[in-house]
Structures are given as C-alpha cells and as structure tokens.
Design a binder for this molecule. Structure first.
Ligand code: PLP
Length: 857
C-alpha cells in the first residue's frame, strides 16, 4: 500500500543533548569533521546507513541510545563544547572583517542549484557544487553572503542502471521537514509568502532557510496549498521541464528571490543586499525586479538600469549553446504583459534579452544576453573560458576586438574542507601541524616521508574500492529484488591497482566514451600482466538526453564483459557522497572534453587536493595550471579534419600516456614498495596546486575584484537621490542618439622616413565629426599593433589623441574637430594603425561597455 501523505516526526532529544539539534540544524557539520565524529559516535552503523545525515540520524536513533548518551557526562560535554565552537565560528571576526567599512554589508548570491551536502540534494552537477562551495568558503571567510535559490521537491533525479545498461530516472520526493531547513516566518509565526502576478493566476511560494555556517540560504518552494494544482509543481524538479516550466522557475528565482531577500532582511534586521551576484543567467530576472523597485522610487527605466547594472555581477559558466537559456519571445512577452513588474514595459524587458546582433534570432529571448545587459561586472570561470566568452559575446560589442569585450575571469575553486579526505587532513595535522591541507608544508619530507604519503594514498584507494563494491552490490540487489548479488561482485577492483577515475555529467562534449575508442587497446591496458589499470566511472545523463544515455549504455556494456568487469566499473547515482570517496581514491583523474567547451571543470581540482594526478585535455582550469609535473596533458588535435579524426588522435594520445608513461611510473617501486617519482609528483601537486585551487582563493577574488567595486559603483550612482544615475542615463541617451553621425573623416600621418626605424615618431592627425557631442564625451584614439594578413592587428594598443586647439569650439555638427598625437615605433617588423572614436565617461568600467565605436574607414 502507498501512503497518500508523508511527513517526518522529529525526535525529541533529552534536554542535555539539545546541542545536537543545534549542530544538526547548521550545515557546517558537512565540512566539520569533529561535528561528524560527534554524530557518528551515537551509532557508527546507523551513521553509515543514513549516509552521514545528522537530521536523519537523530530521527531514527533508538531513544534508549539517546537516554544512555544523555547520562554520559563525557558525551554531553563533548556535544556542548562542539556547539560552543559552532557559535564562536558564527560570530568571531574573520578575514572579511579586516576589510573595513567600505566592503558591502550584504551580498546576495543567486543560483538555480546549490550542492552543499548529499543530504540536501538540490544540484545536478558542477554549477551547483560550485555554488555550495562558494557559500561554504564565504562562511569560512566571514563574507556576509546570502544564497537565494529554489527548493525542488525531487531535486534532480536518482539514477539506476538496468541490466542492459540503460539509465532509469526516479524522482523520490523529499520531505523538507526531514531536512536541515526551517520556514521563514514573521514574529507571530505566520510563514512568509512571496507572490508573483502571472497572466492566469498568482504564484505563491514559501521560503525555506538553511544555515550554511554563517551564511543563510533562502529556497523558494511553490508546493503549498495556496497554489492552484498546476502551479504547485513549478518547483517540482531541477531542470525538469522545458520552455514554460523553466521560465516559471526562473521568474520565481529572480523576481521571487529578490522579494524573499527583502522579506528576510526586514525580519532579521540584516542590511539590505548591496551586491547581486548571479551564478549563470538563470536568475537574471532579479535585475528586472530591482529595476521595478527603483521605478517605484521615482526613477525612469533607464535610470534604474544604471543603478542595477552597477551592483550586479554576472558569472557565465558555459560556452555550450545548450547550457544557455533561450525562451520563445512570445512566451516572455505574455508573462511580462501583466502586473508582474509594475512600471516596467514589456518592450523594455524584451529588448534586454534580444539577440539583436548578426547571427542572432529575432524570435528568441536570451537569458545570457540579458545577463550581460543587466550586469556591469561579468566574468567567466577560468582564464581560457574568459577568452572564449569574450569571443562568444563579441556580437554585443560590434566594432570591438574580442579582447575588449568587458568579461573578466575568476577561476573556480573548490572548498578544501569538504573535498579533502579526513585521512589526508589527519596526516597534515599530525605531521605538519595544521589540518588546512591547502597551506600545509607538503614539501617537508622530513615531517611527511614518501612512505607516509603513499600509505595514505593506498588507504584512500582501498576505501574507494570497498565503497564501489558495496554500491554495486546494493544496485544489483535493487535491480534483482529478492536475489543475492553474485560473489564476484564482492571482489571487484583491486586496492593495489593503478586507478583512473572519470565522473561527471554526460553531455556529449565531455566525451564519456572516448576511452572506448579502441576497445582492444583499452582491454590490453586494463589487463596488462605486470601493470594493470582499473577505471571507476560515474555520471548522470540529463533525462531528456537519449544520446547521453546511449553513451552510458555503451560503457556499461563494455564494463560487463566477464574479463573486464573486475577492472572497470560504472557506479550508478553519482552524487556528493560518492564523489567524496571517489576523488581521494583515484590515482589519476581523467578529463577529456572537447576543447574549449569545458569552462573550468572542478572535479579535477578536488582530485588534486587529495594528491591525485590529473590526466586531461588542456581545457578549463588545467590549461592554466598544468606545469609538466602535476600530471599530464592530452594534446588537443585542433588541426584534425573532423570530429572522428580528432577523437581518434586524442584517444590514441591518452592511451599512449597511460600505457607508456603513467603505468610504468606508478609501478616503479623502491625497496619499500613506494613509487618515489610518483610520490614526488603528489607532493608537488599538494604543495603547489592546493592553495590556488581552493574556494577561499576564489571567493577572495570575487570580493576584491567584483563585489567591492560593484558596491562602490552602485553607491556612487545612488548618492544624492540617484543624481549620478540620472546623469548617466541622460548622457547615454545623448551619446546613442548622436552616434550615427560620429565619424573619423580623415587621417594623415607624418614624421617617419620612407624607411621607418625603431624609435621613429609617427605624428597622427585626424579630423573627427562629433555630431553635437562635446569633446569630453569621447576619446579619439590611435589604435596600433602588429599588422597581419587581412590587415588584422595583433598585440593591439591604444593611445589617445588630443584635441588641437587650432579649431574653434562650435556647436555646428558639420564642423570637424582636429585631433593630434604621436606614437613611437617601438618594434621592428610590420606595423599597422587606425583611428577610432569611443564614448568615455568615468562611470563606465570599460571602453566597449556601450558597444559604440566609430573607426576610420
Ligand atoms: C565536482 C562535481 C561535479 C562537477 O565536475 P566537473 O569536473 O566540473 O564536471 C559534478 N558532480 C559532482 C557530484 C561533483 O562533486
């Protein structure tokens, strides 16, 4: 029989154990080993069964056991001490508190997914895990961040694999009462309700709060009786439906999210958010809600837009078109033709997401394009991805070279306390005096010998092998109810064999099955008599992606061949819990995307933090960090004729590396059985990569390079009744209107001989029409560099030209102004230059910001 309703009855803890409830209610436990140990002590077996979930543990532990612990003074003291430590952690000043008054008082961080702990499955992959790591590192650094997201009743989905290798999805319904969440309520106990006026009815949502250390996370949930049935399912699943369902989720996340945030600050007295960071474009509507609020304060749309842009940070995460939300324009039009956003015209909304550039589609509303227009601060997530993004969004800045597109990059990082195995942390604490593995002195071989390091690596591999066996047996038993898993399943993999890990979502560009390119060669590698290799693989395919499911099937079928199955396993239902054992347990972390489609990739970072060596295409973070010693680079066959040839070349290169370099080095042992060259590489990886890959480094960069400048900009524009915002909007309007008549009418140059030499001075003179703009509205620049075939300039530099006072000032738009300046020929070889006019205003952050330029022709 199936229940029609389910709820969770929370345990009543004995008074002396009340600290446990407080500790379970703050997700800090998920990265705080001492707190986990405290819970594990209650019942190690149950702790394992509930997959390290304190709320579930307290809900299912035998009351007799609790009574026993309540009478155990040692345990009670331990619990109270741990709780006091958590309280101190939440209030003591940390890094951010050293920054002084000018740092923003609240930063809102919007994301469609948050991967914090396996116990709160509200993520699908890297984007969500990154958001979780961002919150945790912000908490550790004392950054006053508030997360805003949605609460999905079924999270993403649970994955099972049928005997013939096909992915099956199930959507177990989560009970928020069984999770570390509480409803946001007014002082009289009424739940706060957020509502959105939709074309045919009002959408209501309640707000769940989660405590992530010092940081609060607000999650909106539409599954409440106040909603009509069809609207209750808006937050049913993550990335579940298409078109309209997705649009509803994003309206709720962006617009509802800002409303929830306001309700939250009013109730808690927390300062209002001064910076809004949107993790990918999905939350972009937040900017529109803020504009509507400012219109309510008396600003025009354009004036409000200046304020909102100044305080918004937009992080783009993917160069893959499928990763970018594009809605049918009429659908968006329908939703904004209502009273959803008072004071905002539907045409104003539509123009923000319009692909009004060559190659764009007129029928589409593009969330990433809106993200760029609503956020003055934009960034990609690795240096290479920054470059790729500048090219990708170049169409919004016609006439500018990609280098000038205003998109910066902050390379992702990972939260070390979450992702570093406790065994490695214990080694660091014991021998190097700190459990902060990102700052431990791993080079100190006197304190940590090769043998010590190798022994921990062996234990982590062993732990993974055990976990993989258990998971596969459990999965088999689920597929064969009542049966008992065959004995060979308890013997899969080998704790002493070189272990290669590969786990990630399964979109085509990540090439899950590249390793199968030459099955016979792979077989030989796996089954090598002296130097065997084993693979542990995992990953979920999006439910609508049958192509991805076929890749999984191909792999599972290969791995089920009797001679292969002991050396290659596919673990179903990749999640944070599995990942935490997988990264530490692998010797080599493999990543073979199609360059440059992996924006950053973070799984390899998590592996590196545990001393695994990376074997990867030079894409994302690896392109920036590979140094020849911390792992291996699979060369990209960029010059290949087609995709198949490229796959073939890259797969061959990968096999060669594994077979001829990696395996021999792994099995090259000294008298104590330690592979000393390999361990040297581990030591090098731990000491050089860990600090750079940590989420602390990342969050500090966001604070210093984006959040602080954004809050300052917004403050400048808002001061004195938004005087600067009004001025800037008027100025932009004037410049845009005049721009079609701005041009460089004539350029001449002299000063160099027939045979120019390095050091010669080139005197440039240009006649420029400003069409009524004032000289201070623009800058006239000579742009020069090495010239190439097709006259494209490289190594481009600019130098401003000065208005030559010889021409009297005039309002007559037909009169040309004369500009002069000098460029020194600083290098030998080809040299080219041109002259351009660009708008300038000290409230702009970049020359290209308005997308206006007039180049001499
Ligand atoms: C880190 C992580 C990811 C992201 O890995 P990528 O290498 O960025 O694809 C996905 N899922 C889980 C569970 C993770 O821990």
């Amino acid at each position: 029989m199936k229940a029609i309703r389910r709820f969770t009855v929370r345990a009543v803890l004995p008074d002396t154990l009340s600290a446990l409830e407080e500790l379970a209610g703050n997700l800090r436990w998920s990265w705080h080993e001492p707190t986990k140990e405290l819970f594990a002590r209650i019942s190690p077996e149950l702790w394992h069964q509930v997959e390290h979930d304190p709320v579930a543990l307290l809900g299912s532990v035998d009351p007799g056991r609790l009574a026993e612990l309540a009478a155990d003074q040692g345990y009670v003291d331990w619990a109270n001490h741990t709780r006091d430590e958590l309280r101190a952690y939440q209030h003591d000043p940390r890094w951010y508190q050293t920054l002084g008054e000018s740092a923003p008082r609240t930063i809102a961080y919007f994301s469609p997914e948050f991967g914090i702990a396996a116990a709160l499955p509200q993520y699908s992959g890297g984007l969500g895990i990154l958001a979780g790591d961002h919150l945790k590192a912000a908490s550790d650094l004392g950054v006053p961040l508030v997360g805003v997201g949605l609460f999905y009743r079924s999270g993403y989905f649970s994955q099972a694999i049928t005997p013939d290798g096909w992915q099956q999805e199930t959507y177990p319904s989560l009970d928020p009462d069984g999770l570390p969440l509480s409803v946001l309520r007014t002082p009289d106990g009424t739940p706060v309700e957020i509502s959105l006026a939709l074309p045919d009815g009002v959408l209501h949502a309640r707000v769940w709060q989660a405590a992530v250390g010092r940081v609060r996370l607000l999650l909106l949930d539409t599954d409440i009786p106040e909603n009509e049935e069809r609207l209750r399912s808006v937050t049913d699943r993550l990335y579940g439906g298409g078109g309209e369902h997705r649009l509803l989720q994003e309206l709720l996340l962006g617009i509802g999210g800002v409303r929830a945030l306001e309700a939250w600050s009013e109730l808690t007295g927390a300062p209002a958010a001064e910076v809004f960071h949107t993790n990918e474009g999905h939350a972009g509507f937040l900017g529109l809600e803020r504009i509507a609020n400012l219109i309510g304060d008396g600003l025009s749309f354009d004036e409000a837009l200046q304020v909102v842009r100044a305080g918004t940070v937009f992080t783009t995460h993917t160069p893959v078109p499928a990763g970018i939300d594009r809605f049918d324009r009429p659908l968006v039009e329908r939703y904004f033709s209502t009273s959803l956003l008072p004071g905002v015209e539907v045409q104003q909304v539509l123009s923000l997401g319009a692909e009004d550039y060559p190659g764009g589609s007129p029928d589409v509303f593009n969330m990433a394009v809106m993200g760029m227009r609503l956020g003055q601060h934009a960034n990609g997530v690795s240096k290479l991805h920054g470059e790729v993004s500048r090219q990708m969004f170049n169409g919004l800045y016609p006439g500018f070279d990609p280098q000038e597109v205003p998109i910066d990059s902050v390379t992702n990082g990972v939260h070390a306390p979450t992702w570093t195995d406790p065994m490695l942390r214990a080694l660091a604490l014991d021998r190097l005096g700190t459990d902060d593995t990102t700052h431990a002195d791993w080079a100190n071989s006197g304190a940590v010998s090769d043998g010590d390091l190798w022994s921990v690596r062996n234990r982590m591999r062993e732990q993974l092998v055990q976990d993989a066996r258990q998971r596969l047996q459990a999965a088999w038993e689920e597929q064969n109810p009542g049966g008992i898993a065959p004995v060979w399943m308890s013997d899969l993999l080998d704790p002493n064999v070189l272990t290669i890990g590969f786990a990630r979502r399964v979109p085509t560009y990540k090439r899950l099955t590249l390793m199968l390119h030459d099955p016979q060669r792979l077989r030989n590698i796996l089954l090598h008599a002296e130097r065997p290799v084993q693979f542990v693989i995992a990953g979920k395919s999006h439910p609508a992606d049958d192509e991805g499911k076929r890749l999984i099937q191909k792999l599972v079928q290969f791995a089920s061949e009797p001679e292969i199955r002991g050396r290659m396993v596919f673990l179903p239902d990749y999640d944070i819990g599995m990942a935490q054992l997988l990264y530490p347990g692998t010797d080599i972390w493999l990543n073979n995307p199609l360059r440059p489609l992996e924006a950053c990739g973070t799984s390899g970072m998590k592996a590196a933090l545990n001393g695994a060596l990376n074997l990867s295409i030079l894409d994302g973070w690896w392109n920036e960090f590979y140094d020849g010693e911390n792992g291996w680079a699979i060369p990209s066959a960029d010059a290949a004729g087609d995709g198949a040839e490229r796959d073939a070349l890259e797969a061959e290169a990968m096999y060669d590396l594994i077979e001829h370099i990696i395996a021999p080095r792994f099995y090259d042992r000294d008298g104590d059985g330690v592979p000393s060259t390999w361990v040297g590489q581990i030591r090098h990886t731990l000491s050089t990569l860990s600090p750079a890959l940590s989420a602390e480094r990342m969050v500090k960069e966001y604070v210093e390079r984006l959040y602080i400048p954004a809050s300052r900009n917004e403050e400048r524009l808002s001061a004195d009744g938004f005087a600067a915002a009004r001025g800037l909007a008027a100025w932009k309007g004037r410049v845009r209107a005049a721009w079609p008549g701005v041009n460089v009418a004539h350029v001449d140059a002299g000063g160099v001989d027939a045979v120019p030499q390095v050091g010669d001075q080139l005197h440039v003179r240009a006649l420029v029409h400003l069409n009524g703009l004032k000289p201070e509205d623009v800058q006239v620049q000579v742009v020069y560099g090495r010239s190439q075939e097709g006259d494209d300039l490289v190594d481009v530099r600019q130098q401003r030209l000065d208005l030559d006072d010889g021409v009297p000032g005039t309002d007559d738009p037909s009169v040309a102004h004369e500009y002069v300046g000098t460029v020194t020929l600083a290098w030998a070889g080809s040299f080219g230059y041109t002259v351009r006019v660009v708008p300038v205003n000290d409230l702009l952050l970049s020359t290209a910001e308005l997308g206006l330029v007039s180049v001499a022709s």
